[in-house]
Each structure stands twice: as C-alpha cells, then as structure tokens.
Write a protein that binds this ligand. Structure first.
Ligand code: CA
Ligand code: CA
Length: 99
C-alpha cells in the first residue's frame, strides 16, 4: 500500500533491486468493486494522502483497466508513476506482508 512518498520510495527501490528494466509492476490497488474508486488490497482507498498517477491516468482503457501498476525507472517518460492496466495481463508484482 503506497500512502505517502516514503512508502512509494520503498516500493520503487525494490524495483531497482530486481534489475529488470523496461517493466511495470502490479502494486495491489484495483477498482474492481466500483469503477473509478481504486482501493488497496487491505481496502484502504487509494489517494488518501498520496497518489502518483501518470498524467491522464487512470484511463480505464477499453473499459477493462482495473489493476494498478508502477512503472520502473526505465519506462519512457513516466518512471515511478502509476497506471491502470488490465488485471489479466502478465506482469511482475510487488507484494507487501507483515513479518
Ligand atoms: Ca477501471
Ligand atoms: Ca491506463
């Protein structure tokens, strides 16, 4: 869950560790329940304190983009930004869990 610039930095740093360039990563947010209302997997609303969408995103492209991704630092003009994409496309993922 990315709710501030610190958690964003942690997520974005984990991508750099993987050293896989030109990729995007599923980060857990989606608007599957209500179109346009993105929520994290623990049901916290996306945007309560922090967002980092690419300009003109989320777009719900084709009416089927419901899952949030984070662009890596090599992605054209939007490194570290969020985009909504189809949930059924194959992507890398960043998982967060309590130890
Ligand atoms: Ca959507
Ligand atoms: Ca999109």
């Amino acid at each position: 869950m990315i709710t501030d610039v610190i958690s964003h930095t942690i997520y974005f740093s984990s991508i750099k560790i993987t050293a896989v360039s030109g990729s995007r990563y599923l980060i857990g947010g989606n608007d599957l329940a209500i179109e346009g209302e993105f929520r994290w997997t623990d049901d916290v609303a996306v945007g309560t304190g922090y967002t980092n969408w690419v300009s003109r995103e989320p777009s719900n492209g084709g009416g089927v983009e419901n899952c949030m991704t984070l662009f890596d630092d090599t992605h054209n003009s939007s490194p570290g930004k969020w985009n909504d994409v189809r949930c059924f496309t194959e992507e890398f993922a960043i998982c967060e869990f309590k130890l």
